[in-house]
Design a protein around this ligand. Structure first.
Ligand SMILES: Cc1ncc(COP(=O)(O)O)c(C=O)c1O
Length: 377
């Protein structure tokens, strides 16, 4: 496509960072760059513990394994999310309970969390959508005073915040993605963060193949050994090197995205006033990182026609998550139409527009003009 949906912000500084790390001759996991990138992230997010992982998918698996779910334990999460939010629960032996989202931000609906709460609820997983945090206070209130851990899927959340706290750090654990599509990118990559030392200790062991290697490296045990079932959730040190150079660019990336996002909001306002589309909402307690710009159209056929219309002009647009409760796996778990009505409606009408730092003003003018033309050819 002439105008893509996203373009990762790689440049010569990233090339230099990767080459320097490679020439250092040591790029195994948890090397010098991984260490420095983890410290930078911990400072940025204001959390004590960060582990880099090969992806957010792995970070979510680490979080669910650290929770030590027992058979029958339930985790409430939105149906409107990426498959990894749900896979991690099933892989850790838990049960997924799908809840609906609220229409304005497409994030977890606190009222539906309250409805889905059961004696078996073991965790709740709010998901940052488009760089916007869910209403975390209302979700906490919905837990009715029970000490149920909140694990945030902040795959899309780096650089965003909720009431001044970094998105992904309000719960006991949080997970981030540095996939190619995200604001900061290492191709594939992720991070697990926690505010809790016990979860951190468990996660370190699981991530290091189920061994106490970390304690050995710290001189706390004289040999390292297999202490529980684990896996290898370490990215190569090249990921840390690239993440460091990407982190240097975070403020300018956010700034460009913010400008593009607000221009869409301003210039598409008349289309909303004419009832042709619904613009995204930024609640006052939320600072977005402007990861996605989306609009809701009247219905699914209109949305699908819009994607084709843009495509004919060389502009990439896209739909997004399909309701997980209606996927083949979701249906096998008992999901049926009508379970999450807002998810079902919004998912079928959602259209994402190009947003990335190097989107030029002229290219954005074309995208906006195309949307106007779509409605009045
Ligand atoms: C909400 C959410 N969770 C998890 C993931 C998985 O991230 P990764 O590709 O880093 O595994 C994504 C990816 O887009 C996502 O949007």
């Amino acid at each position: 496509m002439r105008i893509p949906l996203y373009r990762p912000p790689y440049d010569e500084r990233d090339e230099h960072a990767l080459l320097t790390a490679l020439r250092g001759g040591r790029i195994v996991g948890d090397g010098e760059h991984t260490q420095r990138a983890s410290e930078r992230l911990a400072a940025l997010l204001n959390v004590p513990h960060v582990l880099l992982t090969p992806s957010c998918t792995h970070a979510l698996e680490l979080a669910m394994l650290a929770l030590q779910l027992q058979p029958g334990d339930e985790v409430i999460l939105p149906s409107f999310t990426f498959v990894s939010s749900a896979n991690c629960v099933l892989r850790a032996g838990g049960r997924v309970v799908f809840a609906d989202v609220v229409a304005d931000t497409l994030t977890l609906d606190p009222a539906d969390v309250a409805r889905k709460l059961s004696p078996r609820t073991r965790a709740v997983m709010p998901v940052v959508y488009a760089g916007v945090s869910p209403n975390l206070e209302a979700i906490a209130r919905a837990l009715d005073g029970r000490p149920i851990p909140i694990v945030e899927d902040a795959a899309q959340g780096l650089g965003a915040s909720y009431r001044g706290r970094a998105a992904g750090t309000t719960g006991v654990m949080g997970c981030y993605s540095f996939h190619e599509t995200k604001n900061l990118s290492t191709g594939e990559g992720g991070a697990f963060v926690t505010t809790n030392a016990e979860f951190m200790a468990r996660a370190e062991i699981i991530r290091e193949k189920g061994t106490n290697r970390k304690q050995f490296l710290l001189g706390q045990v004289d040999k390292y050994t297999w202490v529980q079932v684990g896996s290898s959730f370490l990215p190569p040190d090249l990921t840390g090197a690239l993440l460091l150079s990407q982190l240097d660019k975070l403020p300018s990336i956010q700034q460009s995205r913010q400008t593009i996002y607000h221009r869409y909001l301003d210039e598409l306002q008349p289309l909303q006033q004419h009832g042709l589309l619904t613009l995204p909402v930024l609640p006052p307690e939320v600072q977005s990182n402007y990861h996605i710009f989306h609009v809701l159209l009247a219905d699914e056929p209109t949305r699908n026609r819009a994607i084709k219309f843009f495509s004919a002009r060389g502009i990439a647009t896209a739909f997004h998550y399909l309701p997980l409760h209606l996927s083949p796996v979701g249906r096998a778990l008992g999901g049926k139409p009508g379970d999450c009505p807002v998810t079902e409606s919004c998912s079928s009408r959602l259209l994402r527009l190009p947003i990335f730092p190097s989107l030029t003003a002229d290219a954005q003018t074309e995208v906006i003009a195309a949307l106007r033309d779509f409605f009045s050819p």
